[in-house]
Design a protein around this ligand. Structure first.
Ligand SMILES: Cc1cc2nc3c(=O)[nH]c(=O)nc-3n(C[C@H](O)[C@H](O)[C@H](O)COP(=O)(O)OP(=O)(O)OC[C@H]3O[C@@H](n4cnc5c(N)ncnc54)[C@H](O)[C@@H]3O)c2cc1C
Length: 240
């Protein structure tokens, strides 16, 4: 297998035109390739500046999970730090997790940040929805979002050999009308569900309002986890 390390967008496009398979940290693909055979050509974005972007409102696809710290919103930082083992996080990348894994612990966090995906198509770089990215499995170059007022994340304990642990992610945003809006996303099994409600000064009604969104389909135990998480988030001082 030949591995290319392009340093510019046109070079990446050339690799894709040559049929190169994208690779992140190879934490998932390596075992499959050893079993089924290696592709002739692979392309890593680790030398591409756009895929190494890192800031309070952006994260490149080649950034390794262990590098994600409190420079990004809490929800994303905590999601990344709870993935797999230290060894996995030191190799696995944002792109591999969001596009390539089935667990996708980063996805609920990206959903509540209302993140946009920067993807590379034959015509160039585009911004698109997370749902489009996942449906088309495009080449992810990075994520962009607006800083939320506050955010939070909780992943329940894993049971060995059991179903994926339940995850709840949340963020409060200022909406265009100047009010606040809460968005909550959960991973229930392998599905990600989300809901968004206005969030006025009296936050006691917020959990009830959330129940009329897709999150209302959760079973009573998972719903109770969401309700507690949201109540705790909304009781925190802003910036806490
Ligand atoms: C022991 C273990 C525990 C784990 N626990 C968790 C967990 O708790 N939560 C969780 O979410 N995940 C978990 N994972 C999965 C882990 O997150 C993935 O292994 C990892 O995110 C894949 O990243 P990678 O960079 O190594 O991808 P790779 O293995 O390199 O690639 C995986 C797939 O993604 C594609 N890909 C890579 N980069 C891009 C890109 N930029 N754009 C488009 N496609 C791309 C590749 O073509 C390939 O199909 C675990 C994995 C292991 C091995």
């Amino acid at each position: 297998m030949q591995l290319r390390l392009p340093t510019s967008i046109p070079e990446v496009q050339e690799c894709l035109a040559d049929g190169a398979v994208p690779i992140g940290g190879a934490t998932l693909v390596w075992a499959t390739w050893q079993r089924d055979g290696f592709p002739e050509l692979a392309v890593s974005l680790r030398e591409l500046p756009e895929a190494n972007a890192y800031g309070p409102q952006e994260l490149g696809a080649a950034v390794m999970l262990h590098r994600i710290d409190d420079r990004v919103p809490e929800v994303l930082h905590r999601a990344a730090s709870g993935i797999g083992t230290g060894a996995v996080r030191r190799a696995a990348t944002v792109g591999g997790n969001l596009v390539g894994s089935t667990l996708r612990c980063l996805l609920p966090a990206a959903v509540v940040l209302e993140a946009r995906a920067v993807v590379l198509e034959p015509e160039g770089l585009f911004e698109t929805d997370l749902s489009d990215l996942l449906a088309k499995r495009q080449l992810l170059v990075g994520l962009r979002w607006r800083t939320p007022i506050i955010s939070g994340y909780r992943k329940l304990e894993e049971e060995a050999g059991g179903p994926p642990p339940f995850v709840v992610a949340s963020a409060v945003h200022t909406d265009d009308g100047g009010g606040n809006r809460l968005r909550v996303a959960v991973r229930d099994g392998y599905e990600v569900l989300s809901g968004s409600v206005a969030c006025a000064d009296d936050s006691t009604d917020v959990p009830d309002a959330l129940r009329s969104t897709d999150l209302g389909a959760l079973d009573p135990t998972d719903w109770e986890t969401v309700r507690r998480h949201v109540t705790e988030l909304l009781s925190r001082p802003v910036g806490g």
